[in-house]
Design a protein around this ligand. Structure first.
Ligand code: 6GU
Length: 235
């Protein structure tokens, strides 16, 4: 998967792409990342990327020209017969991101994330360029960068070969619609606090039964909203 990011603050991404699963995915050839500063595409001599809103009002609006030209340039860098990219606008007005979106995006070959800072976006960017608008939750971030990092992380870990062990992605919380059951490791008795006997029993059917029951219990206690959705549509 090819992942492009358009941002005025490309340095925010260094580090994130160079650690852990995102780094491993790159090393294995599962994903590639490139961050482009769309200020480099501004066609005015001050490299201006925003301007006052028509009709007046507070704040600045990102102009269409640098962003359209930057996206055109990214599209020219892939084979013309390639599947067209998903062009994802990061905005608190977007669809609220969930694991379902991650699973859907993981099927794509090319993602382009558009990250704005403080400003609004000229509506023609939304209307003519963008395929998806996403928000990561109901709170305001200074810019779309941190949200794009969250989405990139959650998508890349789903790509075949990105995780060492392919079962861990599907058994994680949310993929099944339920929260994960409690886990224990050695020692069996830590400061007098014991691991549940069933996990030491060697009875795999009983262990699975216990895990399913704990998963349901944890979901009921912490996320009754998830449990309702699960009851209507298990798995
Ligand atoms: Cl995608 N952008 C900004 N600026 N704030 C957010 C967000 C995105 N998602 C949640 N808050």
């Amino acid at each position: 998967m090819k992942i492009d990011v358009l941002s005025l603050f490309p340095d925010m991404f260094t580090g994130v792409f160079e650690q852990s699963i995102l780094k491993k995915a790159k090393e294995k050839g599962v994903a590639s990342y490139k961050v482009t500063n769309f200020r480099d595409f501004a066609d005015n001599k001050h490299n201006k990327v925003d301007d006052y809103p028509y009709g007046g009002g507070a704040g600045m609006v990102l102009m269409p020209q640098p962003i359209f030209d930057a996206v055109d340039s990214l599209k020219q860098q892939v084979a013309p017969e390639a599947k067209p990219p998903r062009i994802i606008l990061m905005t608190p007005q977007g669809d609220r991101y969930t694991q379902r979106h991650a699973e859907e995006l993981a099927k794509e070959d090319h993602l382009i994330f558009l990250c704005g800072h403080y400003e609004g976006y000229d509506e023609r960017i939304r209307e003519q360029l963008v395929t998806d608008e996403l928000s990561i939750g109901d709170y305001v971030l200074t810019g779309g960068e941190l949200a794009a990092m969250v989405i990139i992380d959650s998508v890349v870990r789903l790509l075949p070969g990105a995780l060492g062990n392919d079962v861990s992605a599907v058994t994680d919380s949310f993929s099944s619609g339920l929260l994960e059951h409690p886990q224990y490791t050695r020692p069996a008795n830590f400061r007098g606090f014991k691991v549940p006997d069933v996990l030491l029993s060697g009875n795999h059917a009983k262990i699975e039964e216990w895990r399913k029951a704990e998963s349901l219990r944890r979901t009921r206690e912490r996320r009754p909203d998830l449990l309702e959705a699960y009851k209507e549509k298990p798995e």
